[in-house]
Design a protein around this ligand. Structure first.
Ligand SMILES: Nc1nc2c(ncn2[C@@H]2O[C@H](COP(=O)(O)OP(=O)(O)OP(=O)(O)O)[C@@H](O)[C@H]2O)c(=O)[nH]1
Length: 248
């Protein structure tokens, strides 16, 4: 009865490509709301702020079934830029700030420098501000400005998000986890595409169809990115409330 291509390949789950996604952002920007919106299409207003959560989710990327492993992080404060282990674990970052909170936008810029610093000087942070954040240093990521349903309280102009995404050569969208479903799914899918694209570029010429031996994020970070990156795409839309869910 069920014709979903995703459900059809469930038996072969162990053969599927995995994409490890770290959802990154300052406190209370809506990381959990976005993640749960993507996973369940539902919006739940309040979450446990004490712990990080890990999920697995099947999706289609470029017509290929994949498993997203999603780690919804939970920084203790604006100063908490996450453990090196978590950063090294990830294939890509979903970077989230709140358009209502300038400090959360600054957090993303600090996090980015933190990652670049780990890349350049090993695992002993401390010189983040000396590290120029250039486009050639970018890694698989997408940038999302959440809470776009509250534009009257906006602290971060759209062009600043666009500019940062341009520097990082990544997809950008202003979204509202509280009101939208598809634009949030788009951000995850774009990240999956970008991870795939990086994997394709870094694959050795002779390879099997299995993607389990993919290089680590750090291996890929040490390579250079081609100019064929997505670039800055703005996909801001204030959709009407879709809290009433489609049946699935
Ligand atoms: N107006 C509005 N509020 C939102 C939106 N997304 C999340 N929120 C609210 O923002 C608050 C924080 O949301 P969370 O999803 O818990 O944020 P978080 O980033 O996971 O928080 P921490 O785990 O503490 O870092 C909650 O009160 C949510 O209801 C949105 O799109 N619009």
């Amino acid at each position: 009865m069920n014709s979903s291509p995703i459900k059809g390949i469930r038996r072969k789950k162990s053969l599927l490509s995995e994409i490890k996604v770290l959802v990154v952002g300052g406190p209370s920007v809506g990381k959990s709301a976005l993640t749960v919106r993507y996973l369940t299409k539902r919006y739940i207003g309040e979450y446990d702020h004490q712990s990080e959560n890990r999920y697995k989710h099947e999706a289609m990327i470029n017509g290929e079934p994949v498993i997203f492993e999603i780690l919804d992080t939970c920084p203790k404060s604006d100063k908490d830029l996450l453990a090196v282990d978590s950063i090294q674990w990830a294939d890509g970052f979903l970077l989230v700030y709140s358009i209502l909170d300038k400090a959360s936008f600054d957090y993303i810029q600090r996090f980015r420098r933190h990652v670049l610093e780990i890349r350049n000087i090993g695992t002993s942070p401390g010189k983040a501000d000396q590290q120029p954040a250039t486009a050639s240093n970018t890694i698989p990521c997408v940038l999302v400005g959440n809470k776009a349903d509250m534009v009257h309280l906006r602290q971060v102009p759209t062009h600043e998000g666009e500019q940062l995404a341009k520097e990082m050569e990544c997809y950008f969208a202003e979204v509202a986890a509280a009101e939208q479903v598809s634009s949030i799914a788009d951000a995850f899918v774009e990240l999956g595409r970008e991870v795939h694209s990086v994997r394709r570029r870094s694959k050795p010429p002779i390879s099997s169809s299995s993607t389990h031996s993919t290089p680590s994020l750090f291996d890929r970070m040490l390579g250079s990115r081609s100019s064929a990156s997505i670039g800055s795409i703005r996909a801001y839309a204030r959709g009407k409330s879709d809290s009433a869910l489609p049946k699935d």
